[in-house]
Design a protein around this ligand. Structure first.
Ligand SMILES: Nc1ncnc2c1ncn2[C@@H]1O[C@H](COP(=O)(O)OP(=O)(O)OP(=O)(O)O)[C@@H](O)[C@H]1O
Length: 455
């Protein structure tokens, strides 16, 4: 709403709220307007005067609607001489988790999404922390290993020692994956779980979208100043020996662990998939594709559903079994997913993989229940119809072609000859399972990390 050149200055404005607009008038007759949806918070004045400071987001011109990363904008503040009752909902005091003795650790993952994390930090996060007088330290990623190195050098040690810490993570799901993976592989317990505040800067931002944040960074800022630390539910994916992570845009493979061990385990907080979903994430994980933002998934997906040679989409061969718990009796029963050919199989701890892509509409934020949905071989057109329904609030799960179930444990025995079709996706990482390999997915009982959940 606010036109970019308006100078708010330091003088106090008389506020008046009309509809969803805060109208501010200065003594000298200057007038500015703030859309209520752009207000991040209102801070009481330091003295006992009735003046308050309104912190709000100014979006670039032409981006007045929505909350996309393309429209980063900047943080602005203005002083109002009193607090209209309709603004009391925005009152904030600096939360306890931003006032620990250790400075807040801000991690800026510079290659996330369309590489806007540094701008989002400079224009939004840093001014907000400064305004709140929060002590912080900034770490910009220098490589794919930076976040893991920070876990090793700082975060895990502090958590084990019982030192309260808050990590503000400007990344996509990848940053969370790095922290989850390091903690769950390296410790059985911590004295004080770190609190992670997500400022979504990635492509999908599944975890942020599924805990109630919208797609863009301003929703992350709102949760940062008025959220509740809540345990992040985690799954454990056991993989048959010899499974390897595919890295460097598909050019290299790295063993997941000791190849002589009976299995390898990967931990995650979002999703495990096989079939079209895993293939499209793998195919689109290149610098070239990343330029398209979250369109990259759609472009790669269309190629898989409509192969350029005109053939039918691939039929993924394997056996899928799962166990379901009866909510009333608590009894657990074993089920087999129909047929040994599949197209789409996705298990999830979250409802959304992108803000509008609702894979599991019955998942509640951070409730810890695991759902899977999937369907067998069909034409590219039919599969596109189901995906479109997922973009309409998750309507695909009501379609008779789709299996949608809450499960306790899921197992896949792969029967594919070609490694290309044995690629699975675990929270965005791509793993090639060995020929005749298997995967077993269960909930992880340890609770080592919290995320700041928006109110
Ligand atoms: N300085 C850097 N040099 C090289 N790679 C980096 C650097 N910083 C971050 N990366 C890598 O870039 C990727 C960014 O992943 P992230 O999940 O944050 O974003 P995304 O993939 O766009 O979003 P999402 O996972 O939500 O779809 C990670 O693999 C991370 O390790």
């Amino acid at each position: 709403m606010v036109t970019a050149p308006f100078e708010w200055g330091t003088e106090a404005f008389t506020p008046e709220v009309t509809g969803d607009i805060l109208q501010c008038t200065s003594q000298s007759g200057l007038q500015g307007q703030i859309n209520l949806s752009d207000i991040l918070g209102v801070l009481p004045g330091e003295d006992s005067s009735s003046s308050h400071t309104v912190l709000f987001l100014v979006k670039p011109e032409g981006h007045n609607h929505g909350d996309s990363i393309a429209a980063v904008g900047h943080l602005e503040k203005t002083v109002i001489s009193c607090l209209p009752s309709s603004l009391t909902q925005f009152l904030v005091k600096v939360p306890e988790y931003l006032q620990h003795s250790e400075p807040v650790q801000v991690v800026v993952s510079v290659k996330s999404g369309t590489c806007q994390a540094q701008t989002i930090f400079q224009d939004l996060v840093e001014p907000l922390l400064t305004q709140l007088s929060v002590k912080y330290e900034v770490h910009e990623t220098k490589s794919t290993q930076t976040i893991t190195e920070l876990c090793e050098s700082r975060f895990l040690e502090r958590a084990r020692a019982g030192t309260p810490q808050t990590i503000v993570l400007l990344s996509g799901d990848g940053g969370v994956v790095n922290i989850v993976d390091y903690f769950y592989r390296h410790t059985q317990s911590v004295q004080t779980p770190p609190h992670i505040a997500l400022i979504p800067c990635g492509t999908g931002n599944a975890l942020a979208c599924s805990i109630g944040s919208r797609t863009g960074p301003s929703s992350g800022l709102k949760s940062l100043i008025r959220g509740t630390p809540t345990p992040i539910p985690i799954f454990a994916t056991k993989l048959s020996p010899g499974s390897q992570m595919i890295v460097d845009e598909g050019r290299q493979k790295v063993p997941l662990g000791d190849p002589n061990a009976s299995h390898q385990t990967l931990y995650g907080s979002v999703t495990v998939s096989w079939g079209i979903h895993a293939a499209l994430v793998a195919d689109s994980d290149t610098t070239e594709y990343r330029k398209f933002g979250n369109e990259r998934f759609k472009i790669a997906g269309m190629k898989l559903l409509h192969p350029p040679d005109g053939s039918a989409p691939h039929k993924f061969k394997g056996n899928v079994t799962y166990s379901e718990r009866d909510d009333q009796t608590g009894e657990v029963s074993e089920k087999t997913f129909e047929g040994d050919e599949h197209m789409y199989l996705l298990a999830s701890l979250v409802s959304r993989l992108e803000y509008n892509f609702v894979v599991s509409p019955k998942s509640e934020p951070l409730d810890g229940s695991m759902w899977f949905m999937g369907w067998g071989p069909m034409s590219g057109e039919e599969a596109t119809r189901l995906v479109v329904l997922a973009y309409k609030g998750g309507l695909h799960v009501d379609d008779e072609a789709v299996t949608y179930a809450k499960f306790e444990k899921l197992r896949i025995d792969f029967k594919e000859d070609s490694e290309h079709w044995r690629r699975i996706c675990v929270d965005g990482n791509i793993i090639a399972v060995e020929k005749d390999g298997w995967l077993e997915l269960t909930k992880e009982p340890r609770q080592l990390l919290n995320v700041i959940k928006p109110h």
